[in-house]
Design a protein around this ligand. Structure first.
Ligand SMILES: Nc1nc2c(ncn2[C@@H]2O[C@H](COP(=O)(O)OP(=O)(O)OP(=O)(O)O)[C@@H](O)[C@H]2O)c(=O)[nH]1
Ligand SMILES: [Mg+2]
Length: 200
C-alpha cells in the first residue's frame, strides 16, 4: 500500500470585489483551462469552495471562497473570512466605480488578519485600450497610498479571462505563498517529531 508522505493541506483564499467584476468567471476559466461564460450572479457565497490546484502532486490545495459581490449579500461575508491566508480583490477595467469600492473589500478581507497577502486583479483587459489601463493603474496607485500601513499588497495584475496565461498570472503569487506555507507546515511538523524522539 502506498502512503502519502504528508497530510493534506488546505490553503484558503477569499475572492472579493464588486458584483460583475468576473470573480466566478476567473475561477471557472482557470479550472476549465478555457474561458467559461458565467451568466448568473453568485448568490451570497459559494459554500463548496473550489479546488483550484493540486500543486505538482504535492499535498496542498488552494480553496477559494467566492463572495457574491452584489450589495444585498454583503451582510453575510464577514462570517466566511475566518482562516483565510490570502485574498484576491477584484476591480473591473470598464467601471471606475469598482476601483472606488476597493478599500471596502480590502478592509473586509483584513478583518481577522490585517496583513493578509492581497492580489489586486483588474478584469476585462480585452475590452480596454492601453491608455485606459494606464489611467486605471494610476487610480490604483492612489488607492494603495490611502490604505492603512499594515496592508500587504503582494501583486497587481490586469487580465482577461479569455487568456489562460493571464488567469494563471492572477494566481501565481498566491500559489507561491501556498507552497511556502506548505513547506513551513511540513518543517514545523518534522521539528515536532524530532523533539519528541529526542525526549524519549
Ligand atoms: N470580456 C470579458 N468579460 C468578462 C471577463 N471576466 C468576466 N467577464 C464577464 O463579466 C460578467 C460577470 O462575471 P462574473 O464572473 O459573474 O462576475 P462576479 O464577480 O462573479 O459577479 P458576482 O457573482 O455578482 O459577484 C460575465 O458576463 C462574464 O462573462 C473578462 O476578463 N473579459
Ligand atoms: Mg460570482
Amino acid at each position: 500500500m502506498t502512503q502519502k508522505k504528508n497530510p493534506h493541506l488546505i490553503y484558503k483564499i477569499i475572492l472579493a470585489g464588486d458584483g460583475n467584476c468576473g470573480k466566478t468567471t476567473l475561477l471557472r476559466s482557470k479550472l476549465a483551462k478555457q474561458f467559461v461564460p458565467v451568466e448568473k450572479i453568485t448568490i451570497g457565497i459559494d459554500f463548496d469552495c473550489y479546488k483550484i490546484i493540486n500543486y505538482q502532486e504535492e499535498d496542498v490545495d488552494l480553496l477559494a471562497y467566492d463572495l457574491g459581490g452584489q450589495k444585498h449579500f454583503q451582510f453575510i461575508h464577514s462570517a466566511f473570512i475566518s482562516g483565510a491566508k490570502a485574498a484576491i480583490v477584484f476591480y473591473d477595467l470598464t467601471r471606475a466605480s469598482t476601483v472606488e469600492n476597493l478599500p471596502h473589500w480590502i478592509n473586509l478581507v483584513q478583518t481577522e488578519y490585517p496583513s493578509i497577502p492581497i492580489v489586486l486583479a483588474g478584469s476585462k483587459r480585452d475590452l480596454v485600450d492601453r491608455e485606459t489601463m494606464d489611467e486605471f493603474n494610476q487610480k490604483i496607485q492612489e488607492v494603495i497610498q490611502q490604505l492603512p500601513p499594515h496592508t500587504n499588497i503582494v501583486d497587481h495584475v490586469m487580465y482577461s479571462a479569455y487568456s489562460l496565461g493571464e488567469c494563471n498570472q492572477v494566481f501565481a503569487e498566491i500559489q507561491n505563498l501556498a507552497v511556502s506555507w506548505k513547506n513551513q507546515m511540513i518543517a514545523s511538523k518534522s521539528n515536532a517529531i524530532d523533539t519528541q524522539q529526542t525526549s524519549i
